[in-house]
Every structure is written in C-alpha cells, then in structure tokens.
Ligand binder design. Structure first.
Ligand SMILES: *Cc1c(COP(=O)(O)O)cnc(C)c1O
Length: 420
C-alpha cells in the first residue's frame, strides 16, 4: 500500500490528495494507483523472466478498459470468461493472440465471436462445449486453438466459494475424461489442441496446491506427447492470494521459482492468469460517513457506499482494512459496525471493528478494493454505480463516470396497456 499513504495528515494516492478527488467526484468512489498496478504487473512478470511466458491478466478482477490498457501496454494479454469480456479486451486493444477464454457456460454466440476473433485459445470445460466448438468452427470453416481445462482435484485451502479445482466444483474436466477428449480432437479438421490448462481457485496463500496442480498438468502433458499431440501452451491459471489483513501471501518471486523449477525442461510457453494479485491492493473505495447511530451495546457508522458497490464482505465475510482519510492513527479507538444504506442486514463492510473516532461527514477508505470490487458491483436498491478514478503521479483521470438515474432505467419500457 506504498502508493496510498498519509502525508502531513492526509491520505494521498501517489501525489494526489484523496480530498481533491472527492471534491470532484463526490463519494462513493473507487481510486486506483497507476504506479501500483504497473509495479505489481512488473514484479509478477519478472518472476517468470527465465522462461517463455505470457501473462493473461484475468480481467474479471477489474475489467475497466483503462486498467486493461495498462497491462496491454506492459505486454500483457487477457484471460476472459464471457463475450462481454472479449468485447472489453478488444476495446482495450489487447491483441487477439494474447487472449485466452475460460468458463463453463460459453454460449454459441460467445464461442462464435471468440473463433471469429481468432483468440489464442479457448479453454474447454466440458464435452458438450467441445462438441459445440467443433460444430461452430466447422460451420465457420475456421480453425480454433483449444486447450482442456483439467480439474486436478486439489484442495487450494481457500474460501469454499472460490475453490474451483475440487471434484465437487463445476469447473474443469477430470483426468480420464480430459485424455479421452484430447484423443477425440486429435484429427479434427478445425479443432487444434495446443494447450493444457487449469485454475484451482482464488486467494490461495500456500504454494503447495499450485505445485500439485502443475505436477498433475505435467503428467497429462507427457501423456499427450505420447499420443503425438503437440502442446505448446501450459496454462496454470491464477489464484495467488494477497494480504488483506495479516495473511502471509507468497511473494510472486517465490511462486515463480517453484513453478519454473517444475517446468523449466518442458518445451512450452507458460501462461499465467493473475487477477487479484495484480489489482487487489492497487485500489481503494472511498466513502462518506452519513450518520453515526448508537443503539444499546452497538455503534453503527452508516456510510454512503454499500454492498452493491463492494460485495466481498457480504458475500465471503471478506476483511478490508478501513481507515479515515485524515490520519487518526493516534486517536482513541472505538468498536463500530460499518454498514451501508441498503435494506439488507448483510449490507456491512465490517463488524466490531476498532476504528478511530470519526464524525458524520468525514470520509473513510476501504483498502484492497481493486479486485472484485467494482467488477462485482450492481445497481441493487437502484443505486447508481460509483465512478472509478485512475491516479498517475500528480494527476487523476475519471476512467468511468458515476452512473446517472437515466442509466438505472436504460432499456426499460412500460407496455402500452400500463400507460396512463
Ligand atoms: C478468476 C480466474 C482467474 C483469476 O483469479 P485470481 O484469484 O484473481 O488470480 C484466473 N483464471 C480463471 C479461469 C479464473 O476464472
């Protein structure tokens, strides 16, 4: 959080006081640090410099096209999970040959766009999908590069909502089936199996699950070689965790060393799909304290952001560091619940949190909000979604405007029989 720090008592993002941003945008507002995004990408990239690799930023973590453009300019590609993300990736000028596409429910329409765009590869997640790709590519008479997303059945020891590589999860294809499907594709006119992939979960804080997954993929790779398939891409997905509170997340360099050591003798290009580790700690959500409400035994800070803006606490009981934008580190602390205005008891950011005393009208920042923050936001309770701001050095740019009330009803209409 080096680029978010207090200077003379005020929170800055790089060289811009947060105060200055909220004067312009009001609150709530997401603020991202360009220098942090750049550094995180570069540290991750450097961790793999010894071997051929491609970083396909997993854009569901933060899919703003300005953010995606940063990684494009640094040489990165994109990992997409929908036709909408393909659209965003192309709008961010990410070269099609640096785009990989995962997801269990790709529609014909989505597959067609991906095949027409000639992306690097589609990661197949079921036999039904394989058949759909075969049918569509034959109809279009276009070759399509594919890989099978193998489910290595490994427990990544993370939150149950974000494990993806267990037998009970909907993702990937188990070993025996994967082998059979590779054989099925072997002499297909249009399906070109060029890769093998996996993604075992998110916010993973140990290296051993990654190592197990890589070993499993490696075994599969050898099987495929013996079948005479030429696999060029070895895609190990994303999932590296970050520090929200006091978690000891592995440094990308350690992660890199472990993986390089395992695959350095394979003649493949490594594909990585990091999301959270690049963007998570690069952004904050700034919100205003509207009211302080006391009931016996409890004090609530009611703020102007809500679960529709940042759902992680409600959805996964996720922890976000919270602090006023005025430096009050020496102030007396009080235990408070920080809640939003939405009509749901699940609408909270923190419970029983020790926070320096603040007054109504003051602003607080929720840290580590760069990943799965805005990208998971909604309009629930008819709340326009907040703006997103990118800070670079002493300048800031609104990279997404605050939604308006007109945006809220966009596309809706009242049928004639209901008109007055
Ligand atoms: C979500 C996702 C990622 C990124 O996960 P992080 O935990 O954010 O790194 C990578 N690959 C696939 C297929 C995903 O679904």
């Amino acid at each position: 959080m080096h680029y978010f720090e207090y200077r003379e008592g005020h929170l800055y993002c790089e060289s811009v006081p947060i105060r200055e941003i909220i004067e312009k945008t009001k609150t709530p507002v997401y603020v991202y640090s360009y220098r942090t995004l750049e550094r995180h990408y570069q540290v991750f990239d450097r961790a793999f410099k010894k071997i051929p690799h491609l970083i396909c930023y997993s854009c569901k973590a933060n899919s703003n096209i300005a953010v995606m453009s940063i990684f494009r300019n640094l040489g990165g590609g994109a990992d997409i999970v929908s036709g909408g993300e393909l659209y965003r990736a192309l709008k961010a000028n990410i070269p099609a040959d640096k785009i990989v596409y995962s997801g269990v429910g790709k529609t014909d329409e989505e597959l067609k766009s991906a095949i027409n765009a000639n992306i690097l590869m589609i990661n197949i997640e079921s036999e039904g999908e394989l058949d759909a790709i075969a049918r569509i590519s034959s109809r279009l008479k276009r070759e399509v590069r594919v890989s099978i997303r193998v489910n290595p059945q490994i427990d990544p020891k993370t939150h149950p909502y974000i494990t993806t590589g267990l037998k009970k999860n909907k993702f990937g294809i188990i070993w025996e089936d994967a082998l059979r499907l590779y054989k099925k594709m072997k002499n297909h006119k249009y399906l070109k199996p060029v890769g093998i992939s996996s993604h075992i979960g998110s916010q993973i804080l140990e290296l051993s699950p990654f190592l197990d997954a890589v070993r499993s993929l490696k075994d599969m790779l050898h099987e495929l070689k013996s079948l005479g398939l030429e696999i060029k891409y070895f895609d190990i997905g994303g999932g590296l965790g970050i520090t929200y509170k006091d978690e000891k997340a592995p440094h990308p360099e350690e992660y890199g060393d472990v993986i390089i050591n395992e695959i350095k003798d394979l003649d493949v290009t490594l594909i990585l799909e990091p999301g959270r580790v690049i963007v998570g700690n690069s952004g904050i959500l700034v919100t205003k304290v509207l009211y302080i409400k006391e009931v016996p035994g409890k004090m609530f800070l009611i703020v102007d952001a809500a679960m529709n803006d940042l759902i992680r606490p409600s959805l996964y009981s996720a922890y976000h560091e919270i602090a006023p934008i005025i430096d009050k580190r020496d102030f007396k602390r009080k235990k408070v619940d920080i809640v939003g205005p939405i009509c749901e008891s699940g609408d909270f950011f923190a419970k029983d949190r020790l926070l320096p005393e603040v007054d109504a009208g003051e602003f607080i920042a929720l840290y580590s909000a760069g990943a799965y923050g805005f990208s998971m936001s909604s309009n629930y309770n008819s709340r326009p979604r907040p703006p997103e701001v990118l800070v670079k050095d002493d300048k800031f740019f609104v990279i997404r405007k605050r939604e308006t009330k007109m945006d809220l009803i966009k596309g809706e209409s009242i049928p004639d029989f209901l008109r007055v």
